[in-house]
Design a protein around this ligand. Structure first.
Ligand SMILES: O=P(O)(O)OC[C@H]1O[C@H](O[C@H]2O[C@H](CO)[C@@H](O)[C@H](O)[C@H]2O)[C@H](O)[C@@H](O)[C@@H]1O
Length: 297
């Protein structure tokens, strides 16, 4: 005998109870804004943001994940007051194209391609004083081979979209029929058996393939803090906002440091190491605007 089916209202109520109880553990960063700002007073704020799902809505076509003009304006204001970095799974240059702000630092390929300040004395001269850190450079030739094999062997699977993110590869399956998913997973696992220096993880309707090295968004966050001169600082307050599994590595780093504010962007309950939550990019914008209005540099 199966479980009794819930009506749609009962489903909604059950979901809302689950969400409410999740929110007790991860309260809204907007509701807790004043509390947070009192912790922030007198500290050096550094802002870290993910791109997709945090600064832009999740959309069916990855090429169309544009930021709103409002978000760009608010982000520009934040970045003119506090060091601000975007750490994305995408190719670094692609995120720069989307964001179009010169006063923001960028890291692509899940933190494997970092453009950071050269040293902490030159924070206001971003155009000239940046250093590139690419810990997986030697994997590039192999990555190209993996990319070629993926493109060739997934040709017959309708709906697959492969995005070259320089050091990483995103294999999007949002438009792949469920019946073909097994085939796609099989193609990936056969290729990665041959290229064991690479590993796969999952994101939002995407398989993320990347070099199997111990370096993630959490390491990128620490690298930025170090280069900004806050490596061992007690009075720095990093604020990290992200929506995806890869952002959890950064949340973990903040927990370990016992320092900072971690905010997950999610409208549904999920397992997370973040302390606070925001429902969607629009709320991220409200939160950032609050920082601009309430905090002195
Ligand atoms: O670290 P992020 O900046 O969050 O990047 C993670 C991946 O985001 C993108 O894919 C996701 O967003 C797309 C646009 O909304 C959506 O169509 C896709 O289904 C999502 O998985 C990006 O395209 C990937 O390359 C990034 O790795």
């Amino acid at each position: 005998m199966g479980l009794p089916r819930l009506s749609s209202t009962e489903c909604e109520n059950a979901f809302s109870i689950e969400y409410t109880s999740w929110m007790m553990d991860h309260p809204s960063a907007l509701d807790k804004f004043e509390e947070m700002m009192s912790i922030a007073k007198g500290r050096k704020i550094v802002i870290f943001l993910d791109y997709d799902g945090t600064l832009s809505d999740i959309v069916p076509n990855p090429e169309e994940a544009f930021m709103t003009e409002k978000m760009r304006m608010v982000l520009g204001e934040v970045a003119s007051r506090f060091p601000t970095a975007i750490i994305s799974g995408r190719k670094r240059e692609r995120v720069q194209d989307f964001v179009q702000l010169k006063n923001v630092y960028y890291a692509g390929s899940h933190g494997l391609d970092i453009e950071a300040p050269l040293d902490s004395t030159n924070l206001n001269e971003m155009d000239t004083k940046v250093v590139l850190y690419q810990p997986a450079k030697e994997f590039l030739p192999e990555k190209r081979k993996v990319l070629n094999l993926l493109s060739e062997r997934t040709k017959c699977i309708k709906g697959v979209n492969i995005e070259d993110n320089k050091f990483c590869i995103s294999v999007h399956y949002r438009h792949v029929h469920t019946k073909d998913l097994g085939t796609l997973e099989n193609v990936i696992s056969v290729i990665l058996k041959e290229y064991q220096n690479f590993r796969v993880s999952t994101g939002k309707k995407v398989f993320e393939i990347r070099p199997d090295i111990v370096w993630n968004k959490g390491h990128a966050l620490e690298y930025f803090l170090e280069n900004l001169g806050f490596g061992n600082s007690d009075d720095v307050l990093p604020i990290y906002i992200g929506d995806d599994r890869t952002d959890e590595d950064a949340f973990k780093v903040l927990r370990k440091r016992g320092q900072g504010v971690s905010i997950v962007v999610s409208a549904t309950p999920k397992d997370t190491k973040a302390l606070y939550s925001l429902r969607e990019p629009k709320e991220v914008m409200e939160f950032l605007l609050g920082i601009v209005i309430n905090l002195e540099q």
